[in-house]
Structure formats: C-alpha cells, structure tokens
Design a protein around this ligand. Structure first.
Ligand code: SF4
Length: 402
C-alpha cells in the first residue's frame, strides 16, 4: 500500500502496478489521485535565463539570485514534504527572507485558530468511528477531496456507526449551490445566497438558543434540532464559507460554543499545506506571512499578494504555480523580478522563471513525511526509481551555495 499525494486526505490504501519503472495502474485512487500518481504531463527541465542548462548551473544561478536580493521571498510549500518545508524555513532564516504559502489565501487562519486550540477538532478516524452528523459548509468534498465521504465520513461503517449512512449518519450541506456533495445529502441541503453565511450563522445561533430567528425561521429551527441531537458532529469548513466570512473565523467561536458535541475541520486541498502551517507555527507562532529578521515578524504585508506589489526583489517558488492562481493585478510584478521555480512539472510560473530546477515527484519518485488535513502525520512512499533530486535535497544544495 502507498499514499496518494493528490489532496490533503492522503489516502494510504493505494495499490500501484509498476511496469518498466512507470506507474501503469493505480487501485483505490479517485480520478484526481490517479492522474497525480501518473506524474507530470510535461516534465520540467533545468534552465537559466529561459535556456536549457544543467542542474548544477541552475542551482548555482539560483543561489546567486537569492544572494544578491535585498528582500527575497520563499513561496509555495503546500505541495512539499515536511522535510523540504523544514529546510525551507532554515533557508528563509539564513537569508532574512519573507515566507508565505498558499494557505495565505485559503484556510491558513482557520488552521492557526485550531493550532491555538480556539476550536475543538478531531481526526478523520474519529469521524469514521463516531460521527452521526456531518455538516459540509461551503465545501464540495465530492469534487475537491473525492474520497472524503466514502472513506471517512458518510458512507463507511464505524465502530459506533455500524449501520453507516443508511441509518446512523446524517449529512448536511450548506452552500450557495446544489453541489455534488449537496446532492448526496438526502434532503438536508440548505441553500444560502452568495455571501449570506454570516447572516445564516447568526440565525442558526438564535435557533440554537431557542429564539425564533429572523432569517428562514422554519428551516433554521429544523436544522438546530438536528444539530442539538448530534452525539458526535463535525463541521467541515470549505472555501465557500472561508471566503464569505472573509477569514473572520472568530464568528464561528460562539457557534462552536453552542454545539459542544461538534468538531471543526478545515477542508484542505493541497496535500501538505497543514504540514507547512504546523512547521512554521512551531518555529514562529504563525502559520504564514512571516518575515525573518532576527526574529519572526508576522504581517499582512508579507502575504504573497502584498509582498509582490510592494517589497520583494526575488521570488523562490517551491511546488506551486502562483501565476495561475494569484489575482491578475499582481501578475505584472512577477514579470519584473527574477523568479526561481522548483517543481517536477512545467507550470505557467515555470514558463516565466529566470531559473527552473526540476525535482522528483513526491509520493511517486521520492518519499517523505506529510500532515493530513486533520493533523495526522502520514508517510509518502517511493514507488519508482528516479534520477531527480527531491525538493529537500535541492533546498539543501541552495543552502550550501549561499
Ligand atoms: S481523495 Fe485525495 S488523497 Fe484520496 S485518492 Fe483522491 S486525490 Fe488521492
């Protein structure tokens, strides 16, 4: 059995059929995981100044760019192993660099609150064994973490839930549209208007307190009754909720207080985003947006979006594609600074990079440690042989060269 690095569920029940040092077939993966484990469509090659070069020169040139930069930034990390993330943090400290990751514009603040113990949480195994009420809030797990319902939450039998979804579990979807997850929730779908989550939360808290809510009173009282009866519940917080409440997760604290049998879980996409958040939190007390300057300083200026607009003069990107995911307004800034890209595959960002350094595909060509969306540590396996250095080794070489 090996582990799939296709998303932060890190399914560790995967079988692979290897032929001629290639993965020919995968078993138990979802479609997303199968594509991920079969590797890159286009493999990245080493280059300097957009021309093919050898890996030694590419690493040397990357080190020179970082050394000459007054305000370098190291970004990415959510698709890197824990070992590479720790090496990256040491590199950032050595260079007094800014460090940020993709959680900066998704679930980072929620993970920070969980690490600060502001919310009750649990493991996915607890959910499989005990949960009777599951709330998918702004989350279409069926599309984003495709085995979530089948492996951990709704469909499986668990120690205390032997009758599974037929009798023992209720799944609820709260969303702006009837997603594929909502379609599975057998009538427990609560449609809200775009950006209507805050109003929904306040109305639900009224209903849980025994007051008649001003918003959708009949539906709210019905939902409150289901939640109050739960023996072990989970609220899966998706990006829909995160973006709607604009990262104001403190609004969920009084709701969680009214639901003492519920646990909060962030629905993380990238396979090791939580690993990076935990490592940086341990080092600095923050999960992202940090500048190392003797001590670690945390500020919104150090998010990739703000830093690109204002302060950085070189960018090292590890396992991420900011050119395809950042707001269009900051893209021109990427073209004005030297970008170094470490990735197994060709990406939009690698196409504009001053230096590209290919690495091994984690979970396929190299192993390493990762942290699942619920905080459980999971090991990746090496399935096939490869001559590529892994991302940790490349970062260690950069460190040596500085
Ligand atoms: S759900 Fe995620 S980890 Fe599991 S097989 Fe699919 S992509 Fe891989």
């Amino acid at each position: 059995m090996v582990t799939c690095p296709g998303c932060a569920l890190l399914c560790d029940d995967i079988e692979v059929v290897v032929e001629n040092n290639r993965i020919k077939e995968t078993r138990n993966t979802c479609r997303r995981g199968a594509a991920r484990m079969k590797g890159c469509v286009n493999r990245l090659a080493p280059s300097v100044a957009q021309k093919p070069d050898d890996i030694e020169n590419a690493i040397k040139k990357a080190a020179a760019i970082l050394q000459n930069a007054k305000s370098p930034m190291l970004f990415g990390w959510s698709n890197s192993t824990c070992e590479a993330q720790l090496e990256g943090i040491q590199l950032a400290k050595k260079m007094s660099a800014i460090m940020d990751d993709t959680s900066s514009f998704c679930q980072g603040l929620l993970i920070e609150r969980i690490l600060q113990k502001k919310f009750r949480t649990c493991t996915l195994d607890d959910i499989r064994n005990k949960a009777d009420v599951l709330v998918y809030w702004g989350s279409d797990a069926q599309d984003s973490q495709p085995r979530h319902l089948s492996r951990f939450s709704y469909f499986p039998r668990g120690e205390l839930r032997q009758r599974g979804y037929e009798e023992d579990r209720i799944a609820i979807a709260i969303d702006v549209r009837e997603s594929n997850t909502a379609k599975i929730c057998k009538g427990h779908f609560y449609r809200i208007p775009p950006k209507g989550d805050r109003e929904f939360i306040l109305a639900l808290m009224d209903a849980l307190s025994g007051k008649v809510p001003a918003y959708e009173p009949k539906k709210m009282l019905e939902l409150a009754a289901i939640l109050k009866k739960a023996e072990f519940g989970a609220i899966f917080v998706g990006l829909g909720l995160t973006y709607s409440i604009k990262d104001d997760f403190d609004i969920l604290i009084p709701l969680a207080d009214k639901l003492p049998n519920f646990n909060i879980m962030p629905m993380v996409g990238h396979y090791n985003m939580r690993g990076f958040n935990e490592a940086l939190f341990k080092e600095t007390g923050f999960v992202n947006r940090v500048k190392f300057d003797g001590k670690a300083i945390h500020d919104s200026r150090y998010s990739i979006v703000e830093a690109l607009r204002k302060s950085i003069d070189a960018l090292l990107v590890v396992g991420s594609d900011p050119l395809s995911s950042l707001p269009r307004s900051v893209i021109p800034h990427l073209a004005n600074i030297p970008v170094i890209c470490i990735d197994p595959c060709v990406t939009l960002t690698s196409k504009i990079a001053a230096v590209t350094i290919p690495c091994a595909v984690s979970g396929v060509e190299t192993g390493g440690s990762t942290v699942r969306m619920d905080g459980k540590r999971v090991e990746l396996s090496k399935c096939i042989e490869s001559n590529y250095l892994n991302d940790k080794e490349i970062l260690a070489r950069l460190m040596e060269a500085l």
